[in-house]
Design a protein around this ligand. Structure first.
Ligand SMILES: NC(=O)c1ccc[n+]([C@@H]2O[C@H](COP(=O)([O-])OP(=O)(O)OC[C@H]3O[C@@H](n4cnc5c(N)ncnc54)[C@H](OP(=O)(O)O)[C@@H]3O)[C@@H](O)[C@H]2O)c1
Length: 248
């Protein structure tokens, strides 16, 4: 991040990955706006980030329902502008419940895709107008190929991937950027229910570094950790008759 790009809005700032990135940005002296549902948790994170060198403002809000453009306007006034928007919020859902509960499926798709798309479009409009800025969005390797074990979540992240790639294309003409980070397995509260965590599991700090890197430079799509690019290339190319015999 250059000396002038340091006013950062974090959507879903209580996310473990987002917090890891915020700590790195705090050490750079950034101004951070933390948006999320749990005001008490955000205040705790904010206090820690201030000790690490950041100026922090907290905006308690449900990212699913709040007006994205109006919130970004208000935060831009508070921060004196916006250089980076990090969209980190998301829900994993329970695939078996989603298959029998259409309302839960709609709710997951609304949180992970519909509302996220609203934020992305609002941030892109702002960055296009100001001819600078970086929109960083957390997708998932789950969006690379639909699998029986989590295809509703995967579909929400696949939709987000296409949207962010399109925004990256659009914003390039204005000198601004959009970038999607696709994590693999990361040990965060979202995956706390998964007991056996093997060698493919990353810690949120690794994702924090990937997020901060992506805000500075790089292409519109990156995998984090990077070995997931190779893993997903293989998974995408397994022929369906073979793939359908797996329990992935
Ligand atoms: N962990 C993984 O293995 C993994 C892998 C690939 C991609 N991802 C993606 O990485 C991103 C970050 O997740 P994480 O792993 O850091 O998990 P996490 O620590 O559980 O963070 C998810 C955050 O999303 C917030 N959130 C959910 N709905 C929200 C809403 N409507 N408004 C505001 N905040 C909301 C949650 O806030 P509350 O505290 O209010 O619930 C929570 O802080 C997510 O998009 C996730 O899909 C995770």
């Amino acid at each position: 991040m250059s000396a002038t790009t340091k006013r950062i809005v974090i959507l879903g700032a209580a996310s473990a990955m987002a917090e890891a990135a915020a700590r790195l940005w705090a050490a750079q002296g950034a101004s951070l706006a933390l948006v999320g549902r749990n005001a008490e948790r955000l205040e705790t994170i904010a206090a820690d980030l201030r000790l690490r060198g950041a100026a922090v403002t907290v905006e308690p809000a449900d990212c699913d329902t709040v007006d994205a453009a109006a919130t970004l306007d208000a935060l831009a006034n508070r921060l004196g502008g916006i250089d980076v928007v990090l969209l980190a919020y998301g829900i994993l859902g329970d695939q078996s419940r989603l298959e029998s509960d259409p309302a839960a499926t709609r709710a997951l798709l609304h949180t992970n895709f519909v509302s996220a798309a609203g934020w992305c479009m609002a941030a892109a409009d702002r960055f296009e107008r100001q001819r600078s800025g970086a929109l960083i969005v957390i997708g998932s390797v789950a969006g690379d190929r639909g699998r029986a074990s989590n295809y509703v979540y995967g579909a929400s992240k696949a939709g987000l991937a296409a949207l962010v790639e399109g925004l990256a294309h659009r914003l390039a003409k204005a000198g601004a950027r959009a970038a999607l980070i696709k994590p693999g397995f990361v040990d965060t509260p979202m995956t706390a229910h998964i007991a056996k965590k093997g060698p493919l599991w990353a810690q949120p700090e690794a994702l924090g570094r990937a997020i901060v890197r992506a805000a500075e430079k790089g292409g519109p799509v990156s995998y984090a950790p990077v070995y997931w690019r190779g893993i997903m290339a293989v998974i995408r190319n397994v022929p369906a008759p073979l793939f359908h015999r797996t329990n992935l």
